[in-house]
Design a protein around this ligand. Structure first.
Ligand SMILES: [Zn+2]
Ligand SMILES: [Zn+2]
Length: 93
């Protein structure tokens, strides 16, 4: 994949979405960035005031989800759907 040039939706500056970054994004199933790294870090800083959410990748179905707690390393993390499904299952055991 060649480097991509993307125009930031916020500051309208063109930035380079490098091949390396693309790989990371592709591997994580993320959409390509719409904001330049500068605006992205600004956005991140802003969101620190919001309730903390942690992005997880479900061990069960591989989907991304946001959870209100810091997932522990080495412990199984589940998305909301799988968590609910698991709860419903154990309820009827
Ligand atoms: Zn920008
Ligand atoms: Zn899941």
């Amino acid at each position: 994949m060649p480097d991509l040039e993307i125009k930031c939706l916020h500051c309208k500056q063109v930035f380079v979405f490098t091949e390396k970054e693309q790989e990371v994004f592709y591997r994580n199933n993320w959409h390509q960035p719409q904001y330049c790294p500068k605006c992205r870090s600004k956005k991140l800083m802003k969101s620190e005031n919001a309730p903390k959410k942690f992005e997880i990748i479900c061990d069960h179905c591989g989907k991304k989800d946001l959870v209100p707690f810091q997932p522990k390393v080495g412990r199984e993390v589940l998305c909301r759907n799988c968590h609910e499904a698991l709860r419903a299952k154990t309820r009827y055991l």
